[in-house]
Design a protein around this ligand. Structure first.
Ligand code: UD1
Ligand code: CA
Length: 492
């Protein structure tokens, strides 16, 4: 049910300088979602009456992602005055005039923040009656965060930013998580008082806390259960730390749901993936996008699946696959490369050093070794010989190859598309199939083999090959003589 007394402000205007990236900080991904996507998903669970996202740096790219993850968000463009305080000031100005509730402020760079923590914060704010309630934490290392300064009697007094802090303030371990609930009127009044007179020349939202205290209002802090929940991502080291923490949570969640994950440290699972009970994931495996893996399947080691569907009891080993559908009990790899729109039906096989693309391999059909199969349809129960290449591209257009059911094609074939090989047809080893092969025919077009006797000794005299050949010829004639003699003897 919509919380009519709640508005959420998501801060997404900052430059993210510390990432040193051409990509806006909040568009960097962990677990398959951009940082801002995580925060918007969490915000969405609160069902607030209004959600405002503040943008500026690379605004069009950031807005596109916000609209993707939270279509209902109001977008506010921050002006040239920098700072989180200015961002909130402009967000608040964009709220409907009749709104008079609480304002929850979250940064776009705290991807691990969950909705339970926010719900507790809002409840604490509403129960406590303070003008502002913020989340605090005691991380191992407080470097970079705003420190919470308390009075001698322990009252929360103000927040000092890292760059403005004295040595004694830098020693404070309690930090501001950057997540707050404010009463709207008090917030609006105090934001008007905030200046840019500080080390960074920015309007700090954190100054509102000290100003509220000076005005005689109460400010409360709610400690988070564990510091990682509010870990902010400012640089790439923190990005990988947040990714590892989230991944550990995702892996553990699937383990508790009955999935065997042999090595959590080298297994990466995106948030959108889904795994059934009794799936087994071997080390070095990445399960990305909306991949789904059915009961009993084994995936890995060293496998990357992007938006794939893996059937029950399938085995996928040392494989790279994108947008592929693997049927029940099918087997893939080791060392297979499945490109988009590969469909392998139940009990089929795509084996070692095989690349496939835009191809459908029917029930029980096999492409076991060293092949490229593109734009191809294979029926059921067929075997495509080792080293088969579909020549699907004539330099201008792509063409389809069709192999029927129960066909047996020979090793080292080229199927020059468009071409059809009928049901139950065979092709000889080394065939270049340029014409359709009717059902039940054997196609062969390799020239008869000629052996030019003595060619090496004549043309490469004195070479190691010639010496070996001459030794072999002598040996052969000696054994022929011996055989003739023994045949003569026994003939007696
Ligand atoms: C901020 C807090 C700090 C807190 C920390 C928690 C301030 C002044 N400091 O510091 O006390 O400990 O978060 O993680 O608030 N943004 C805008 N407009 C701007 C500047 C930033 O929208 O003009 C956005 C950023 O995109 C980001 C968020 O605000 O999502 C926080 O900005 P950031 O620069 O990361 O602040 P911190 O230095 O981490
Ligand atoms: Ca930050």
């Amino acid at each position: 049910m919509t919380d009519t007394r709640l508005a959420i402000v998501v801060l997404a205007a900052g430059q993210g300088t510390r990432m040193k990236s051409a990509t806006p900080k909040l568009l960097h991904e962990i677990a398959g979602l951009p940082l801002i996507g995580h925060v918007l998903a969490t915000a969405g669970q609160l069902d607030a009456a209004h959600t405002v996202s503040v943008v500026r740096h690379e605004r069009d790219r950031v807005v596109a992602v916000i609209e993707d993850h939270f279509p209902g968000s109001i977008i506010v463009d921050q002006d040239e005055i920098p700072g989180t305080g200015r961002a909130v000031e402009q967000a608040v100005a964009a709220l409907p005039a009749d709104f008079d509730g609480d304002v929850l402020v979250v940064s776009g760079d705290v991807p691990l923040l969950d909705s339970d923590t926010l719900t507790e914060l809002i409840a604490a704010h509403r129960a406590g009656g303070a003008a502002a309630t913020l989340l605090s934490a005691l991380p191992e290392d407080s470097t970079g965060y705003g420190r919470i300064v308390r009075t001698a009697d322990g009252m929360l007094d103000r927040i000092v930013e890292q760059k403005d802090a004295s040595d004694s303030e830098l020693a404070i371990r309690e930090i501001n998580a950057g997540v707050y609930v404010f009463g709207l009127a008090e917030l609006r009044d105090q934001l008007a008082q905030v200046t840019t007179a500080n080390a960074q020349g920015e309007k700090y939202l954190t100054d509102v806390i000290g100003l509220l205290r000076r005005a005689g209002s109460d400010v409360a802090a709610v400690p988070v259960a564990e510091p990682w929940i509010v870990a902010g991502v400012n640089d790439r080291a923190q990005l990988s730390e947040a990714a590892a923490k989230l991944n550990a949570l995702i892996v553990r969640g699937w383990q508790l749901n009955g999935v065997t994950i042999v090595d959590p440290a080298t297994t990466w699972i995106d948030l959108k993936a889904s795994l059934a009970a009794d799936v087994e994931i071997l080390p070095g495996t990445q399960i990305k996008g909306a991949t789904s893996i059915a009961r009993g399947a084994t995936v890995g080691p060293d496998t990357t699946l992007v938006d794939c569907e893996i059937g029950e009891d399938a085995v996928v080993k040392r494989t790279d696959a994108t947008l592929a559908v693997i049927g029940a009990r099918a087997s893939v790899g080791p060392f297979a490369y499945l490109r988009p729109n590969t469909v392998l039906d139940a009990d089929g096989k795509i084996g070692t050093f095989v690349e496939t693309k835009n191809s459908h391999i029917g029930v029980g059909s096999k492409v076991p070794h060293l092949s490229y199969i593109g734009d191809t349809e294979v029926g059921t129960g067929s075997n495509v010989g080792a080293g088969t290449i579909t020549a699907n591209y004539d330099g201008v257009n792509k063409h389809r190859t069709v192999v029927g059911s129960h066909a047996r094609t020979g090793s080292h074939n080229v199927f020059v598309a468009p071409v059809r090989i009928g049901d139950g047809a065979y092709t000889g080893a080394g065939t270049v199939v340029r014409k359709d092969v009717p059902a039940g025919s054997l196609a062969i077009n390799v020239a008869p083999q000629r052996n030019l006797a003595g060619w090496v000794e004549e043309n490469r005299p004195g070479s190691a090959a010639a010496t070996a050949a001459s030794a072999a010829t002598t040996e052969a004639s000696a054994s022929t003589t011996a055989a003739a003699q023994s045949a003569g003897e026994s003939g007696e």
